[in-house]
Design a protein around this ligand. Structure first.
Ligand SMILES: [Zn+2]
Ligand SMILES: [Zn+2]
Length: 242
């Protein structure tokens, strides 16, 4: 399984050479290639070959993940999977949209895909994707927490790719008794330790990570992982074989 990050930037004003484009992920496995998320500031290299992918999965309809919230993008002809609630939220729709139900396993070409509901936005509900080929990964670029039991969601996961909006500052908000926002990388590392996930890739980088000195960032990650988790911060164009 090969994964590639066309973009790694969150919904922020700041940007850098390493985090210029909105976060998305390419997965290639056997004869299947899939893209997760296609936001407003997509990597321009994506658009010419966009219809070569077999399908696109959408985590939620914030514009940094889903261009159709703001623009009528009609050059994309491949299937675009999203939840019903996500589809109904946005003004525009992909040409070939397909509804995906949460917590249900779909076989999409060579990949097995499950959308797991996450706590993130009150108006714009989000999912994280668990994707299985020969290895299993989870992609949750915007997450405060999983709504399901993490013991179940994280079962047999080789790699977690998750939200870098904050390293250690509180980005949790509350309306009435409902929480929303983003968790911290520090907390996500705690999940990896608790549920025995050996590898973490941080994406959807926020202001703190984008502007932090590299050595300081490496030091903090080392401190949080205690050497137990292999963690890296992805950058635009980062590619690895899992
Ligand atoms: Zn986002
Ligand atoms: Zn979001």
């Amino acid at each position: 399984m090969i994964i590639e990050f066309p973009g790694t930037r969150g919904e922020i004003e700041e940007s850098s050479a390493e985090h210029k484009y909105h976060s998305s992920l390419i997965i290639r496995y056997k004869k299947t290639s899939a893209l997760i998320d296609f936001g407003i500031k997509y990597n321009p290299q994506l658009i010419n070959k966009i219809n070569d992918f077999d399908f696109i999965l959408i985590t939620h309809t914030h514009p940094d993940h889903y261009i159709w919230t703001l623009e009528d993008e009609n050059r994309i002809n491949i299937p675009v999977y999203l939840t019903r609630i996500a589809l109904d939220y946005s003004k525009y729709k992909p040409k070939d949209y397909r509804i995906i139900k949460d917590s249900k396993e779909y076989r999409l070409k060579d990949l097995k895909v499950v959308a797991h509901k996450v706590t993130h936005s009150l108006r714009c509900p989000a999912v994280g994707y668990k994707i299985k080929g020969d290895k299993t990964l989870i992609y949750a670029p915007d997450i405060l927490d999983f709504e399901e039991d993490k013991g179940v969601v994280f079962k047999d996961v080789d790699l977690l790719i998750a939200d870098g909006s904050s390293l250690n500052i509180n980005m949790v908000r509350r309306k009435d008794d409902r929480l929303y926002g983003h968790t911290r990388v520090k907390t996500i590392i705690g999940w990896c330790k608790k549920y025995n996930i050996g590898r973490l890739i941080v994406t959807h980088c926020g202001k703190q990570i984008v502007t932090m000195d590299k050595k300081e960032l490496a030091g903090r990650l080392e401190e949080y992982t205690e050497g137990k988790i292999n963690v890296i911060v992805a950058y635009d164009g980062y590619r690895m074989e899992l």
